[in-house]
Design a protein around this ligand. Structure first.
Ligand code: GLN
Length: 531
């Protein structure tokens, strides 16, 4: 029988509930427990796959090809959990399956209601995950007080009632703001947020208080008294520029011990946290910096390339250096040219994207990196632009393009596979999830991975048009990675360059702080040599 930890958020959104949940997962693992983490998202979309990255941030893709919330990326980076479609559920999915069951007559003519039908569906999503783990950590998206998240909160209230008291635990992440004008830290929003939870029958036992300044003893006492929580369970979640420090910040305050005591589980005197300490030490003390230009189309929003920034940081950790991001909108490259904007960077990454806006800027950037011998890593759309650039400027195919951007293009070097041309809807029509790739010996990629057969995650519709294979190969493009049946191009490279690699897949999704994606660490190494 597994235990359940429920994590809710209060006062405002964006307090870092995903990272807090992932950090709690890491702490539980450090005591030897097997965990899984799931996120319940209150929005009606059936999956985040068709949502704009400007609204929703990155779409994280799991091994089984589910397009999920970016918080699942934090879960996989911080813990050993391997997430699948079961680790992220939206209200849209819940309602969808209840309505389907109703249409199939499975409710035998009963009136279908939020309680119990929707809540039963939600509860089974949570308990289904409990089979092979010691602890299920369940993050409730949204903020307490939202209309949308009520059925989720009602479901976890019911789960608490249906289990032994020691088997479920509610943790609430809240904001404790510092008001500059009054020079005071305010507890009232937290009091209100906890009061709202108690009104619907949820008693949080631990508060994670997001704060700019350390909380004084008085403030902790006040929060404890007004929120009906033990003082030691008022945990300070202080702002930090290093997310990988958060498990340690929590551990120092005894959060792991408090949780495990509450759940009546064994506590290790020496939990295995040294690897977190090592990472923090490297990132806090290293004198080496490397500047990476990230040239993409969703630059304005911090979260759109979340896994890319994290994987670059991991590549830095592997090389004992700090990575600085120089974020450049590819449309600015179109207006101002690459020379000025890229003059200070040690390497360039062109990440994925959809739609034509900014594509010419990416192509210009790639040309600049190819000609000026600047280490370059292209990802997904980054590979497709690499192909277009090479076809146009090296092979003389001046009209080369992708049919995504120019459907009637006369030299379609990137195109849809025949079976995809019939596509009528956008949701669920991409090549998604893990696919095998065979790497050719003697390439950058082979050196990075150190093996021939790899598996990486995909999220795209368009592919390299293999009709142009020989023409590009003759001019020096190295097809370093292919699908085992040799029909799909997965990696291209250039020789006589310090590092020039582009992948159709997204290696960033599998990168971890302790095990950087091989191409990212190799790329950072090349960038360090270009300082
Ligand atoms: N728009 C391109 C495609 O669908 C690339 C997608 C991506 O970069 N993730 O194939």
């Amino acid at each position: 029988m597994s235990k359940f930890i429920f994590i809710t958020g209060g006062v405002v959104s964006s307090l870092g509930k995903g990272i807090a949940s992932a950090s709690i997962g890491a702490l539980m693992e450090s005591h030897g427990y097997k965990i899984t983490i799931l996120k319940l998202d209150p929005y009606i979309n059936v999956d985040p796959g068709t949502m704009s990255p400007f609204q929703h941030g990155e779409v994280y893709v799991t091994e089984d090809g589910t397009e999920t919330d970016l918080d699942l990326g934090h879960y996989e980076r911080f813990t050993n959990t391997k997430t699948t479609k079961s680790n992220n559920t939206t209200s849209g999915q819940i309602y969808n399956s209840v309505i389907q069951k109703e249409r199939e007559g499975k409710y035998l003519g009963k009136t279908i209601q939020v309680v119990p039908h929707i809540t039963d569906e939600i509860k089974s999503k949570i308990t289904d995950l409990s089979k092979d783990v010691d602890i299920v950590i369940c993050e409730i998206g949204g903020t307490v007080g939202d209309i949308e998240s009520l059925p989720f909160l009602e479901s976890i209230r019911q789960l608490h009632l249906q289990h032994n008291t020691k088997d479920t635990l509610f943790i609430h992440l809240t904001l404790v703001p510092y008001i500059k004008a009054a020079e005071e830290t305010k507890t009232k929003p937290t009091q209100h947020s906890v009061a709202s939870l108690r009104q619907i029958g949820i008693l949080p036992r631990i508060l994670l208080c997001r704060t700019e300044k350390p909380l004084s003893d008085d403030i902790k006492e006040k929060i404890a008294l007004f929120c009906n929580i033990k003082k030691e369970a008022v945990i300070e979640a202080i702002d930090t520029d290093l997310i990988y420090e958060i498990p340690l910040i929590f551990h120092k305050q005894g959060l792991d011990k408090i949780i495990l005591e509450f759940l009546d589980m064994k506590i290790k005197t020496n939990p295995g946290l040294s690897r977190w300490g090592n990472i923090v030490k490297i990132l806090r003390t290293t004198e080496k910096d490397v500047k990476i230009g990230v040239v993409g189309k969703y630059i304005k929003l911090q979260d759109s390339y979340k896994s890319i920034y994290e994987a670059l940081t991991h590549g830095g950790i592997a090389n004992k250096c700090r990575v600085k991001f120089i974020k450049i909108d590819s449309e600015t490259i179109e207006k101002e040219g690459p020379e000025k904007l890229l003059k200070d960077v040690n390497g360039v990454i062109v990440p994925g994207g959809f739609g034509i806006r900014g594509v010419e800027g990416m192509i210009e950037t790639i040309r600049y990196c190819r000609e000026k011998q600047i280490p370059f890593l292209g990802i997904c759309l980054g590979l497709q632009c690499t192909i277009i650039e090479f076809a146009r400027h090296v092979c003389g195919l001046e009209k080369a393009h992708s049919t995504e951007f120019q459907p009637e293009c006369p030299q379609p070097v990137v195109c849809l596979l025949d079976e995809q041309k019939m596509m009528t809807k956008l949701g669920g029509t991409m090549r998604l999830g893990s696919y095998p790739c065979k790497i050719a010996k003697g390439t950058f990629s082979f050196k990075a991975y150190g093996k021939e057969l790899i598996h990486e995650r995909h999220r795209h519709r368009w592919e390299f048009n293999v009709a142009y294979f020989e023409e590009l190969e003759k001019k020096g493009m190295v097809f370093a990675g292919l699908s085992p049946d040799r029909k799909l191009v997965e990696i291209v490279e250039l020789k006589n360059h310090p590092f020039f690699v582009a992948t159709q897949f997204h290696p960033e999704f599998k990168s971890k702080p302790f095990a950087s994606a091989p191409l990212f660490s190799y790329f950072i190494k090349a960038c360090l040599n270009n300082r």
